[in-house]
Design a protein around this ligand. Structure first.
Ligand code: FES
Length: 236
C-alpha cells in the first residue's frame, strides 16, 4: 500500500528525481560586473546629459564666434575713390553725389558737407534699416522716407527709430601728384578746408560709424546700436 502512494507523486516536484525542462523556469540572474561593454542606465543618462550640454553650449558660442569673426571680416580696407576737385563742394553747402568704385561701400550716394571749416562725407544709408535718406536743403537735414527717421545736418539723430547717427566715409585731399595736402579736420574722417587749393582732389575712403558725440567706431550694420546695453546684445 505504501509503495503504491510513492509511485503516484507528481513528476518534477521539488523533492523528486526529475531533471528535465519545467513549465516555468526560474529567472536567471546575470551579473555584468565583469562585462567591460555593459552600460548601466545611470551611465547612459549621464552621457546623454553631457552630450546635451555640449550641444547647448555650442549653440550659444558658435553664433557669438561667428559674429565676432564677421566683424573682423567686414572691416573694410581703405580704397580711395577720387570724387572730384574741392571746388565741386562749395563752402557752406552740402552736396549730394553718387559714387562708384571697386568696393561695395564706394557704390553709394554720399552727402559731402563743407561747413565750419571742415569737409565731412555722410553716407545716405539710414541707420535704422538701410533705406536711402534724402537731404533737404531748406532745413539742412536728412529724412528717411521709410519710417520717418530724421537727422540734423551732421547726420545725428533728432527723431524716429534710427539707433545711431548716419555713417560716414573717411576723406582726404591730394594734389595733382597724388600727395596728401592739408590736414585732418576736427572730427574723425573729416578734412580741414584751411589753405586748400580749389583744384586739389577730394578722395573718399572706407566708411565707419559714429556715436552721438561723433566719436568713430567700426562700421555697423543698419539697426545696430553703437553704444549702450543693446550694442552688446546685438543681434540677440
Ligand atoms: S529705414 Fe530709415 S527710419 Fe526706418
Amino acid at each position: 500500500m505504501a509503495e503504491s502512494q510513492g509511485n503516484d507523486a507528481p513528476q518534477g516536484s521539488s523533492g523528486g528525481q526529475y531533471a528535465g525542462p519545467r513549465a516555468i523556469d526560474p529567472v536567471q540572474e546575470h551579473s555584468h560586473d565583469h562585462d567591460p561593454d555593459f552600460i548601466t542606465r545611470t551611465k547612459f543618462l549621464s552621457g546623454v546629459a553631457v552630450a546635451g550640454g555640449a550641444v547647448l553650449t555650442a549653440a550659444i558660442l558658435v553664433p557669438i564666434a561667428g559674429f565676432a569673426g564677421a566683424d573682423a571680416v567686414k572691416t573694410p580696407k581703405a580704397q580711395w575713390v577720387d570724387i572730384g576737385p574741392v571746388s565741386n563742394f562749395p563752402d557752406g553747402q552740402t552736396t549730394s553725389i553718387a559714387v562708384s568704385g571697386q568696393s561695395e561701400w564706394s557704390d553709394a550716394r554720399v552727402f559731402v558737407r563743407n561747413k565750419d571749416g571742415q569737409i565731412l562725407a555722410i553716407w545716405n544709408r539710414c541707420a535704422h534699416l538701410g533705406c536711402p535718406v534724402e537731404y533737404f536743403k531748406g532745413g539742412d537735414n536728412f529724412v528717411c522716407p521709410c519710417h520717418g527717421g530724421a537727422y540734423n545736418s551732421l547726420g545725428l539723430v533728432v527723431a524716429g527709430p534710427p539707433p545711431r547717427p548716419l555713417d560716414r566715409f573717411n576723406i582726404k585731399v591730394v594734389n595733382s601728384g597724388g600727395a596728401t595736402v592739408g590736414s585732418v579736420g576736427k572730427v574723425h574722417g573729416s578734412w580741414s578746408t584751411a589753405g586748400l587749393n580749389p583744384s586739389a582732389r577730394l578722395l573718399l575712403g572706407s566708411p565707419f560709424s559714429i556715436d552721438s558725440n561723433q566719436s568713430a567706431t567700426r562700421l555697423h550694420d543698419p539697426g545696430e546700436p553703437v553704444t549702450g546695453v543693446l550694442s552688446n546684445l546685438y543681434p540677440f
